[in-house]
Design a protein around this ligand. Structure first.
Ligand SMILES: Nc1ncnc2c1ncn2[C@@H]1O[C@H](COP(=O)(O)OP(=O)(O)OP(=O)(O)O)[C@@H](O)[C@H]1O
Ligand SMILES: [Mg+2]
Length: 368
């Protein structure tokens, strides 16, 4: 069953189309992330579902009920904001108890519920403190506790971890995933952090300029991006422009500044003469030092576009992996990623290197 369903929902502000008409649904129990650059329409989409903003067109359904015109309080949704939005003069207990008091729950039940959620977010001993006596991460967990205390069927999170440092953010990502799994609450999260989206989500809605670029699982989005934007936004992408010349067996033949390259066929129809981009991920590129003496077989491989001679410009160690920047003829730069243990030291800056990759790891992308 769909927890949320949007049918042709859009939103304009004057002449600005913050969100182009969109069809989109979230299944019960799913963890979905809205990912995209600043201004791409993520908050607008979340606010439309929460009822803080009304759509310019389209209808919104929660559990099959049309709630397009319902006020926020009647939608039964929880919302966690980036700035915690805790009430500063109230203790943690009173902050969390607030939504239950509004719902006129008996006091002993309120005490039991507040203790339960504070245990859940692993802050059992801070009920009597004020928000300013807590760290940022603790305040964040209290806002989460206040949100889950009244068992909403759906929680909307707008960059709730944006203000936290990397370590705390990773910890909170883990906590939110745990709560999601334990409580079975449907969650719709907003972030512009690709790592957060990839590590937390069942599905990602990738947004760009008020439009959906792609809706897919993290794995699918990384392995089979449909657009050049999607390829570059998720991970690092080597994109090579080219024109389709034909096919040979399982592969497409594409003419590029690096010569004729073989690429994996896509499920979409591609015609001869079509302008495409070829995507090769850094970890799919093999790099070896170029041999000192000339070699006919190698010259042929280079002429054929099966191997590429270049110059190593830079190597950067990022923990367990090393990233190399290699300059190829035609002023093209290719990023190569290798496991750190496999010796970047062997390659000096300015060294001549040879690159190659399997045609299966070279994907055709048809749209910008
Ligand atoms: N109240 C408003 N009035 C006018 N324009 C608005 C309003 N709210 C948002 N916009 C515009 O709509 C577009 C989408 O904004 P939105 O807040 O949804 O982006 P976002 O993806 O959440 O960005 P960020 O990552 O910076 O939070 C932007 O161009 C923004 O300027
Ligand atoms: Mg926003």
């Amino acid at each position: 069953m769909n927890m949320i369903e949007l049918k042709q929902v859009s939103r304009c502000y004057g002449t600005v189309q913050a969100l182009a008409p969109l069809d989109f649904s979230v299944k019960q129990g799913e963890f979905v992330t809205l990912l995209g650059p600043s201004g791409s329409g993520k908050t607008t989409l979340l606010n439309l579902i929460a009822g803080m903003v009304s759509p310019s067109s389209g209808r919104i359904f929660v559990r099959g009920v049309d709630i397009t015109d319902a006020p926020p309080s009647a939608r039964g949704l929880g919302m966690v904001f980036q700035n915690y939005a805790l009430m500063p003069h109230m203790t943690v207990f009173d902050n969390i108890a607030f939504p239950l008091r509004v719902r006129k729950m008996p006091m002993d039940e309120i005490r039991r519920k507040v203790k339960e959620v504070l245990d859940l977010v692993r802050l059992p001993d801070i009920a009597s403190r004020k928000p300013k006596e807590l760290s940022g991460g603790q305040q964040q967990r209290v806002s989460l506790a206040r949100c889950i205390v009244y068992n909403p069927a759906l929680i909307l999170l707008d960059e709730p971890l944006g203000a936290l440092d990397k370590k705390l953010r990773e910890q909170m990502q883990f906590e939110i995933r745990r709560l999601h799994a334990e409580l079975g609450i449907t969650m719709l999260n907003v972030t512009h952090d690709q790592d957060e989206a990839l590590s937390m989500s069942d599905r990602i809605v990738l947004m760009n300029q008020g439009r959906v670029e792609q809706i897919a699982t993290p794995d699918e989005l990384y392995r089979s991006p449909r657009t050049a934007f999607a390829a570059s936004f998720i991970g690092t992408a080597n994109l090579i422009s080219g024109t389709v010349q034909g096919s040979a067996g399982q592969h497409a033949i594409v003419s590029t500044p690096l010569g004729m390259l073989r690429a994996a066929m896509t499920s979409q129809a591609v015609s001869r003469g079509a302008a495409v981009k070829l995507l090769v991920r850094p970890e799919s590129v093999r790099m070896v030092p170029a041999p000192a003496s000339s070699d006919l077989a190698l010259d042929n491989a280079i002429a054929d576009g099966r191997r590429h001679a270049g110059t190593l410009e830079d190597s950067i160690t990022l923990g367990s992996v090393v990233r190399h920047h290699v300059r190829l003829p035609g002023d093209m730069q290719i990023v190569v990623q290798q496991q750190g243990s496999r010796g970047p030291a062997a390659h000096a800056r300015g060294a001549s290197v040879l690159l190659d990759w399997a045609p299966e790891d070279c994907q055709m992308i048809l749209q910008d």
